[in-house]
Write a new protein. Structure first.
Length: 265
């Protein structure tokens, strides 16, 4: 294809060309080995460093000790801005492409992203709908009964159980209710095992716990969407039940409601 540039009667023809990059690793930062992100800096010898690495190096090139972090490498920045790669979920049916280094952002929202089964000792992965079918067929029990959005239910669990899975049949979604024992009390969170794609939907939730007339409640404007359930202590968005409100048996009786934000009455 020919592209024409210029004003008036003078036009300069420029041929539009494309090429194949055989080794994408050359677009990774040689220091942190992550994808280069703009701005990209280089030392006087041409060694590259991503913007996040330069402050850690105190602007001293680790290859030759020349100063790095003042001169931008515009050529490599231009290459990054014109390099498209297929979605990591291409093998599962995604046809979209992303700019190099931006794949992870797309993958969080990709409807074809693979989600992991929350059951212990199960290594199944699949799309969120396939995961729902797998869990319902393989791991369904009295503790994973189906629920509906907008209705308040009771989750009964022991602190040592750590997790309960709830199934929302009309959405083909799995929700994880988790508890974490900590010195200050017990943290309780809710997450949805699915990508944050518009097709999946948006949800909020409400939690409530009562003992001896004392009630602790928590409302979250959104349910966190995850590809895999994490058992790391949450740093935010959780309900805290103080130790003085816990039963000695470790039993938790929690009222919860998941709300479909796109279909609220």
């Amino acid at each position: 294809a020919l592209l024409f540039h210029g004003d008036g009667g003078e036009r300069v023809a420029k041929r539009h060309r494309s090429a194949t990059l055989l080794d994408l690793d050359i677009l990774d930062c040689p220091i942190c080995c992550e994808a280069l992100t703009t701005p990209i800096f280089q030392c006087d010898n041409g060694h590259l460093a991503c913007s996040s690495c330069c402050p850690k190096l105190r602007n001293k090139c680790p290859s030759c000790a020349f100063p790095v972090g003042h001169n931008r490498c515009r050529a490599v920045e231009s290459i990054l801005e014109s390099t498209l790669v297929p979605c990591p979920n291409k093998m599962f049916g995604c046809t979209k492409t992303c700019f190099y280094g931006k794949e992870s952002a797309h993958e969080k929202e990709c409807i074809f992203s693979q989600c992991s089964c929350p059951s212990l000792n199960c290594d199944y992965t699949g799309s969120y709908k396939d995961l729902y079918a797998h869990y319902e067929l393989t791991h369904s029990s009295n503790f994973s009964w189906g629920i509906s959005c907008g209705i308040t239910y009771t989750a009964v669990m022991f602190i040592n159980d750590e997790i309960r899975i709830k199934r929302v049949h009309e959405k083909k979604l799995l929700f994880a209710v988790q508890c974490f024992w900590k010195p200050c009390g017990v943290y309780v969170t809710v997450s949805c095992i699915a990508p944050s794609a518009p097709e999946v939907g948006q949800f909020s939730y409400h939690l409530s716990y009562t003992k001896d007339g004392h009630t602790v409640s928590y409302e979250s404007p959104e349910v966190k969407m995850v590809h895999k359930v994490s058992f790391e202590t949450p740093q935010e968005n959780f309900m805290l039940i103080p130790h003085n409100l816990l039963f000695r048996s470790g039993l938790l009786v929690i009222e919860f409601c998941i709300v479909d934000k796109l279909n609220q009455e």
